[in-house]
Design a protein around this ligand. Sequence first.
Ligand code: UGA
Length: 434
Amino acid sequence: MKITVVGTGYVGLVTGTCLAENGNDVICVDIDQKKVERMKNGEIPIYEPQLDVLFDRNIDAGRLSFTTSLHEGLDHGEIIFLALPTPEDEDGSADLKYVLGVAEDIGKYIKDYKVIVDKSTVPVGTAEKVEQTISKFCSSEFDVVSNPEFLREGYAVEDFLKPERIVIGTSSKKAEDLMHRLYKPFVRSGNPIIFMDEKSAELTKYASNSFLATKITFMNEIANYCQIVGADVDKVRIGMGTDSRIGKRFLFPGIGYGGSCFPKDVKALHKSGQDVNHQFKILDAVVQVNEAQKTILFPEMKNHFMGDLKGKKIGLWGLSFKPETDDIREAPSLYMIDKLTEAGAEVTAFDPEAMPNVKSQIGDQISYCEGMYEASKDVDALLICTEWSIFRTPDFKKLKAEMKSPVIFDGRNLYEIEEMTEAGFRYSSIGRKH
Ligand code: UGA
């Protein structure tokens, strides 16, 4: 099928590349000329496991191309995906200026039937707004469909190619048939394509992310309580998770969720509720508890150094908001860097992918190291903010020998307490007996 994807951010690029991988003829449109030039030269602008291989393969096969011309894109695709940014407005709501701007251009230009697909995470009622905007300028036939994405950074290719479910919101039979034809090859395993109305599809996305954020936040509160009463949250987590109604996933406590999705989506749903006089009291609490969770290790570190971090050297493992991504948006590491450097500590950091992004955001406020052991060399304490696999099984002997003092603050509960005690570390983690 002929597909156009407008917007080559994270979602757009994964969508376009994976649809091309399945044999579709895909054009991706972006207004950023430099980025489009780079992509035309085979340079991929984001880090995402497996995506580079698919990207190269489909460009070489002539199924994936890039343009800055929206008109070229609109001529090409029978299905037009909108994968545009919906940044957080000052009041927490999602700003639709990019989505509605492109909708207007579509309305002015299209001459034959198109299915316009909202792929961006957008508030309930956006498909309706897109439809009204296009209609204002357009006499040709078209349908607007809501098709939220459920891609996890780091696993986006896998999630796209083998989705657990695909949600499609449309009230048009014609659009439903086209979307079914497009997605059928991705659900050969029998996973469902769930059709519903546009508003329910839009809300499914917000409700899913908000629920997951709530699940994590609930566990963070349980963890903090465990710490006070002397219980072990890892035991509690396993005990709870084996109940299939609860499930094992997304029960891992830590120093708060981050990223580009959960923080933004929870706030946007909360704000959408307020707009119609519906108070999401739970989401209010989730936002507050998560903000507080990002701060919980700092006072502990400060206490360890008798209130004075001035001149202390702190190693930092992990900068991205989670493993397998270079994304640092709302990353707890950034909060910790701010607090530590403000208190006069010197931070030496290592992350397998995110260092360039941190450097372009905060510059030389910290030192960037070539490897994990370089970051922990001669430090007064080591702080772990992201659970990258390589941090899970360090050479503890080497680590201890090279650190100035064997002190670890672990925001992701990577190690067993007994092994750390045996190895001679002063070890602190989240919600466990120490
Ligand atoms: C999330 C959703 O998982 C995707 O389904 C969704 O499509 C995506 O947002 C989106 O809206 O685009 P993502 O932000 O990539 O994906 O990351 P997750 O793996 O969900 O992790 C989110 C945050 O929760 C991370 O900061 C992670 O460290 C934290 N987390 C996750 C925990 O603290 N504990 C857990 O048990 C799981």
